[in-house]
Ligand binder design. Structure first.
Ligand SMILES: Nc1ncnc2c1ncn2[C@@H]1O[C@H](COP(=O)(O)OP(=O)(O)O)[C@@H](O)[C@H]1O
Ligand SMILES: O=C(CO)[C@@H](O)[C@H](O)COP(=O)(O)O
Length: 429
């Protein structure tokens, strides 16, 4: 038996096909997404077709879909998007989020949803559409998340799971159900919401009669793909930087630094997310007119601290801390230290310091940290792997490079197929 896992993340779609019993990867595919913070959902479907062309999904018995969290896919009465999806990294909803917090108070949001809404959260995007595009808003009948929308394309059913639902800002961790009153408060009226599926409950079947599992958010799928245990905290360096661990009880951080998400197994996934991660490295490499391996070499040739040069890497604004309009700052420049090597080192260190603040925030919320598991595209960087233990001050394990989000989605697909969550090879060992 074979299962497929799909990771429809910010920059690309990645697909792995695995043996359902052992988890061994038998085939892989990928396709890029368009750049930008608003995207026509059809582009994700096109990317999925491209990533699975030439029969990648032939002989697959079950499919799991993981997607970038939070994105607003607003559908009309015919199930057609009323506008391009607003993604998690679109900051136009920053004022809408601030208004929602002012209206109800941060403590109320944290208590009712586990999180304090920021620009990224679906609820803030809904408020933005209600205020800025009222004619479009009137046509909205249903709201889906990116993974739900792909599942809807495959099965014709609108449903989601608690992991992805927990990033909307209108899901209750205490009661494991939608908090429709919060949504109505933000949007001005009720909207039909997708069915909430349990962790191993299937979504449905494709036109070719292949089972599709509930799916989840990409960070929840990464946790499932790694099989993390107590004390394991994942640092994922992708388009976003995320820092998260699995807990039995929900968190409710009124400062908003830690989002009190749910995981894909029935537990919880407190998470800190930064807007500036792998793309800090690609932007610095472009500025220095070098490739990523030369950026690594340069960064590792400079001393720790880059001789006083420091990069505050808020190149896309920032989410944690909540500074959506911030820009980056290169500080401490002297005639002596302004070398390409120090700039490269400052970029790596600055990006990792943002994630280190995330580790502190998790600790403050009672999440135990005995080691960090480093994953995502940025973990392929030699400089990141070498410098991370110095910045984080805890042991850092780099699991073999793999698409852990897609693997987690595949593991969920096997769960839905067989009724048991397979052990597979514990990749977090
Ligand atoms: N060796 C490397 N060094 C630094 N960054 C890298 C390296 N390889 C890939 N990346 C970066 O990782 C990012 C993609 O990571 P990924 O985890 O797949 O992101 P996402 O899931 O958000 O689409 C890209 O910005 C890419 O440039
Ligand atoms: O908004 C968050 C987490 O809350 C992001 O982590 C998105 O889920 C996008 O992830 P990547 O595309 O960077 O993997």
């Amino acid at each position: 038996m074979h299962v497929a896992g799909i990771d429809s993340s910010t920059q690309s779609t990645k697909v792995v096909v695995c043996d359902a019993t052992t988890g061994a990867i038998v085939r892989e595919g990928r396709a890029p997404h368009p750049d930008g913070t608003e995207v026509a959902p059809a582009k994700w479907r096109d990317a999925l077709h491209e990533a699975t062309r030439n029969g990648l999904l032939d002989d697959v018995d079950s499919i799991g879909i993981a997607g970038q969290q939070h994105g607003l896919v607003a559908l009309d009465a015919h199930g057609i998007p009323v506008r391009d999806a607003l993604l998690w990294n679109d900051t136009r909803s920053a004022q809408a989020a601030a208004d929602l917090v002012d209206e109800l108070g941060a403590a109320t949001w944290a208590r009712r949803t586990g999180s304090v809404p920021l620009a990224s959260f679906t609820v803030a995007k809904l408020r933005w559409v209600a205020r800025h595009e009222p004619e479009l808003a009137q046509r909205i009948r249903t709201v889906l998340l990116p993974h739900d929308w792909l599942g809807y394309q495959l099965t014709n059913r609108m449903a989601t799971d608690r992991g992805d639902a927990s990033g909307t800002g209108y899901w209750s961790p205490q009661h494991d159900r939608w908090d429709s009153d919060l949504l109505a408060h933000a949007f001005g009226r009720a909207i039909q919401l997708p069915t909430l599926l349990g962790p191993q409950e299937p979504l449905g079947r494709t036109a070719d009669d292949v089972l599709v599992s509930a799916g989840t958010g990409d960070n929840m799928a990464a946790a499932l793909g790694l099989g993390i245990g107590v004390g394991d905290v994942v640092v994922s360096i992708g388009t976003s930087g995320t820092v998260f661990g699995a807990t039995d009880k929900p968190t409710a951080d009124p400062t908003g630094a830690v989002a009190g998400f749910a995981d894909a197994t029935g537990r919880f996934l407190p998470l800190v997310c930064t807007l500036n991660a792998a793309r800090v490295l690609t932007a610095t490499a472009a500025m220095l007119a070098v490739d990523l391996s030369e950026l690594d070499r340069l960064a590792l040739s400079a001393p720790p601290g880059a001789e006083g040069l420091a990069l505050l890497p808020y190149l896309d604004g920032e989410r944690t801390p909540n500074l959506p309009d911030a820009t980056g700052t290169l500080s401490g420049m002297t005639r002596g230290n302004m070398t390409p090597a120090n700039v490269a080192r400052a970029a790596v260190e600055g990006m990792l310091r943002g994630l280190d603040a995330g580790l502190d925030a998790l600790r403050d919320n009672g999440v135990p940290i005995s080691r960090v598991l480093l994953i995502g595209g940025g973990a392929r960087s030699l400089a990141v792997r070498e410098i991370a233990p110095m910045i984080f001050g805890v042991p850092v394990t780099v699991p073999p490079p793999a698409e852990y989000v897609a693997l987690g989605a595949a593991r969920q697909a096997a769960w839905a197929l067989t009724g048991e969550l397979p052990t597979w090879h514990a990749r977090a060992e």
